[in-house]
Every structure is written in structure tokens, then in C-alpha cells.
Design a protein. Structure first.
Length: 224
């Protein structure tokens, strides 16, 4: 109960700093899937650039079904891990085609969250974060994606159990935060992770929510 209260207080404080994010449904869930695969282990800038190039070269995802992964990799080189991501993207699109008979993920909208998650996880290269992003951003399903920023910041704030994995963190945050807040809090935790709560040398001295932070209380304030 106390933890839920803390999570709400953190969410309110983040909202005061960064504003409330309104969910914009991505019209093409397949775009979200491809873009999220491209975003794995790289910066937003690099992955957006790679996505733009991919769209330019293959304006219709159907053109990728029989594409040579080596050629796809050369198009998305700027996104990092290009060979792996090219194979994953081509494989994911083929899997969708086999399963749905078309390049559409709309059938996931009718599935319960757990079933839709399992289906996405059955695609090679799709992990819990990618599945959660597709389900939240494109279908508005109640899932709380946990990337490296969300994991680190919510851990430091004391919202997670000490050794929570990313998967565990997702379950814990989903239990603490009201569903209608998932989208906004997810984005604001990421923003806070970039601006203040960096992996190395977090800027606790200027952090607007330090009063709510366990790390600050136990590590920074406790220093002699
Ligand atoms: S006080 Fe420091 S550790 Fe805590 S949320 Fe702010 S920047 Fe992160």
C-alpha cells in the first residue's frame, strides 16, 4: 500500500516536471514492431535514422518478405547490430504473414494481454520490452514497458524490489501504477533517466524529485 502511494507520488512529481503524456495510437502496429526491433541497443537518433532509410528503401513491408538480409543490413547499418536486426525484421514479418495471412497485426487487439504478449514473444528477437511497446503504443493494452531507463530510475526511486529483473520490474510496476497512467509514467521515467537520473553520475543535486528517492536518501544524503 505504501509503495503504491510512493509510485503515485513519483508519477505526480514527474507529471509536474515533464507534463502528462497523452497516448497517441500508432496507426500501424507493424511499424512499431519494426521500429522497436531497430531501437534495440542503440540510441533513438540512430534507430530513427535506420527506420527512415528502411521505409524509403522498402515503402511496403511486403517487399521485405523475400529480401536478402544482407541487403537489408546495409540499409539499416546506422542502427547498429545491423546483421542481427535485419534477420530479426525479415523473420518477424514472415512470421506475421504465416500467422495472420497478411502483414497486419490487428488480430492482436482482440487477444487478451497475456495471449498477445506470448504471441509476440514467440517471434525471434522480440523480448518483453518490444512486446510491451507494441501492445501499449499501438493497441493501448495495459502493459508497462521497461527499458533500461525505466528499470534504473524506478529502482533508484525505491519502487522495485532490490534485485528485480526487467521482466520482474514490469510486473511490479503494473501492480503499483494505475493502468491509465502507464503510458505517461513510462515516458516520463525515460525522460527523467535521460535528463537527470543518468546511469553514471546521476544529477541528484538538481533532481526535482529527490525528496521521493531512496537512492538519494540512502546514498547521497548519508555521505559524511
Ligand atoms: S535523486 Fe538522483 S538517483 Fe534519485 S531520481 Fe533523482 S537523479 Fe535519480
Amino acid at each position: 500500500m505504501a509503495l503504491r502511494k510512493n509510485a503515485n507520488a513519483v508519477n505526480s512529481a514527474l507529471t509536474s516536471v515533464y507534463g502528462r503524456r497523452s497516448r497517441r495510437i500508432n496507426s500501424d502496429p507493424l511499424d512499431t514492431l519494426v521500429e522497436t526491433i531497430l531501437s534495440q541497443n542503440t540510441s533513438d537518433l540512430n534507430s530513427h535514422r535506420a527506420f527512415g532509410r528502411l521505409k524509403e528503401r522498402y515503402p511496403d513491408w511486403g517487399l521485405l518478405l523475400d529480401a536478402d538480409p544482407l541487403e537489408v543490413a546495409s540499409v539499416i547499418r546506422s542502427g547498429g547490430l545491423a546483421d542481427i536486426k535485419a534477420r530479426r525484421i525479415v523473420g518477424a514479418l514472415n512470421r506475421v504473414m504465416e500467422e495472420a495471412g497478411s502483414l497486419k497485426l490487428g488480430f492482436l487487439s482482440k487477444m487478451p494481454k497475456r495471449e498477445a504478449t506470448e504471441w509476440l514473444l514467440s517471434i525471434d528477437g522480440v523480448g518483453p520490452k518490444t512486446a510491451a511497446i507494441v501492445l501499449l503504443f499501438s493497441f493501448g493494452k495495459p502493459v508497462f514497458p521497461v527499458d533500461t531507463h525505466v528499470h534504473r530510475v524506478s529502482g533508484r526511486l525505491g519502487l522495485l524490489s532490490p534485485r528485480a529483473t526487467r521482466e520482474g520490474a514490469q510486473q511490479e510496476l503494473e501492480a503499483l501504477v494505475p493502468e491509465e497512467e502507464y503510458y505517461s509514467m513510462h515516458l516520463n521515467l525515460i525522460e527523467h533517466g535521460r535528463r537527470r537520473c543518468r546511469a553514471m553520475n546521476p544529477l541528484c543535486d538538481v533532481c526535482e524529485i529527490s525528496r521521493l528517492c531512496t537512492y538519494h536518501r540512502t546514498s547521497v544524503m548519508a555521505q559524511p
